[in-house]
Structure formats: C-alpha cells, structure tokens
Write a protein that binds this ligand. Structure first.
Ligand code: DAK
Length: 259
C-alpha cells in the first residue's frame, strides 16, 4: 500500500533516497501513521542495495511541528504504553544507512527529536529548533532531554526544555546541534552534495563507522574503543578495503561496490 503522509523516492539521486513528510496543512505534525510510514520506508530502503544514503525532509516550509497534539490530547499513560510508539521511533535509530535530515522551517518537539535521531542535520536559514512540550503541560518523550543535552550541553538544553523557546538555525549551528546552515533555495543541493560525498565511499565502511560513532553515545569509552576496534578489523574483510587501498597506491579513484 502506498503511504498517505510521506513521499518516498528511492532513486532521488544515484545511491540516494529521499523521504519527505507531506502533511503541510498540519505543519507535518507527526501522527502515528506518519511515523509508521517513515519506519516502513526506512526498513525498505535499508534492504535496497542501490541505496547508500537517505535524506529525510519535510519540504521547504516546515520540517515537522512535533507529534500530533490533536491525536495525543486524549491519550492516557496506559494507551501510550499499549501502542508502544517507541518501537517505531527506535527503527530510525536502527537504520544501518546514514540518514541526513534536511530541515527548513519549524523542527519542534517530536520534529526536533526526529531530526536529532538522524545522523546529520543540514538546515536552511529559516529553520527553527525547539522542544516546546513544556507549553502544553508535558515534556520531551522521544529523546529530547537526552540527545539535545548531549549535542548542545546542559545550559542550552535546560533552557530550551524548560522555557519552550525556539532557536534559529544559526544558533543551532553555533551550539553544535546541526552540521550546516544554507540559504533555503539551496537546501536540497547542499544536502545532496553531502549525501553524494558519503555515497561515493565504501558502504561497508560507512555502515561500520556510523555504528561506531552512534555507540559513542551509549557506552563507556573503553567499551566504545573495543567496539570501534572490532568494526575496524571488519572493514579488512571487505573487498572495498582492498579496492580503496589499491586505488590509493595506483593513484586512481576507488570504485566501491559495498562488498
Ligand atoms: N499537532 C497538531 N496540529 C498542529 C501541530 C501539532 N504539533 N502544530 C501545528 N498544527 C496545526 C494547527 O493546529 C493548525 O491547524 P488548523 O487550526 O489550521 O486546523 C495548523 O497546523 C497551522 O498551525 P498554526 O495556525 O498554529 O500556525 P502558526 O504559523 O501560527 O504557528 C507553530 C506555528 C509551529 C508555532 C504552532 O503551530 C505551534 O506552536 N505548534 C505546536 C508546536 C508544539 O508544541 N510541538 C510539540 C508537540 S508535543 C512520543 C514521541 C514524540 C512525542 C511524544 C511522544 N512517543 C514515541 C510516545 C513528541 C511530542 C511533541 O512533539
């Protein structure tokens, strides 16, 4: 069945797929269906051998204004526990291929959390980031207190989470939340440039390197170093490592196949 609230293009560019959240009237509010569709799309793109990098966007006007407040308003702790939306959100984190969020306009609450769950964030000058859940009597529930704090530190995270204020793309860049800020007209071009650079590398090495960086947020330094070491050894089991090093020695461009 084709998705209702997202657009998926597995061949947006060579080896690059695009997922676009498409609920513009509701400012791309992330209802359960949107999140399920993103999960399904990511599962399929992860299996697709042609795809090496995924770009996730909401379009030029808005990334996502958060979880759907209208859908959430009557929820109870038990209904949320039973629906277990976290398994859907967790799939984003489990995706093996790198995901780059291309953010323009509002990235608020769950929208900011969704962008932070991706591996990199390219933002347009119109982007605004925030965790305004405090304004509606709740708090971040999909990683906002944890990922934001790790990215920008306690002072700014505490201020955003407790006051609900938004920060601009420029502030987000200075705080270390995002990778770059570009004019809105070139958001896709710049995101694509970044994606193409990564897509030209060995998919095996990219996957193992991504896994290792993600691990740094979840473990002690010692365990992280052990994990990195094993993934490093594993790259030497790939044809791509042989190809990459042979190409260097022969002074030519490598042709990585993901084997
Ligand atoms: N949910 C539902 N509808 C929303 C929405 C949202 N988050 N944000 C905007 N809309 C709807 C508005 O109701 C309005 O609909 P109509 O009245 O036209 O029917 C339409 O989008 C346009 O919005 P506005 O008229 O408000 O537009 P403005 O430009 O005046 O203002 C705004 C834009 C983004 C400042 C404002 O709409 C706003 O403050 N929106 C809410 C932002 C917010 O509070 N976000 C955090 C929501 S809580 C979880 C995972 C994640 C979460 C929770 C659980 N689990 C895994 C269990 C996350 C929670 C959240 O994100």
């Amino acid at each position: 069945m084709s998705p209702e609230f997202i657009l998926v293009n597995p061949q947006f560019d060579k080896h690059i797929a695009l997922i676009q959240i498409n609920r513009p009237k509701e400012l791309n509010a992330l209802n359960r269906q949107v999140m399920l569709e993103i999960k399904e799309a990511l599962l399929q793109l992860d299996e697709d051998e042609q795809v090496r990098v995924v770009i996730l966007t909401g379009g030029e006007k808005v990334f996502a204004a958060g979880a759907d407040i209208k859908q959430m308003a009557d929820a109870t702790a038990m209904s949320m526990l039973n629906i277990d939306q976290f398994s859907t959100w967790d799939q984003i984190k489990k995706t093996k291929k790198p995901i780059i969020a291309a953010v323009s306009g509002f990235a608020l609450g769950g929208g900011c959390e969704l962008a932070m769950t991706c591996d990199m964030i390219v933002a347009s000058e119109t982007a605004q980031f925030g965790q305004p859940e405090i304004n509606i009597g709740t708090m971040p529930g999909a990683g906002g207190t944890q990922r934001l704090t790790r990215a920008v530190g306690k002072a700014l995270a505490m201020e955003l989470v407790l006051t609900g204020k938004f920060i601009s793309a420029e502030e987000a860049l200075n705080a270390g939340l995002i990778n770059r800020v570009v004019p809105v007209e070139v958001l896709y071009k710049e995101t694509l440039n970044l994606a193409r650079t990564i897509a030209a590398k060995s998919p095996v090495a990219v996957r193992l390197a991504k896994e290792s960086v993600v691990k740094a947020f979840e473990t002690s330094l010692d365990e992280g170093l052990q994990f990195e070491r094993k993934n490093f050894y594993l790259t030497f089991a790939s044809e791509d490592q042989k190809e990459g090093m042979a190409a260097f020695v022969e002074k030519r461009k490598p042709n990585f196949t993901g084997k």
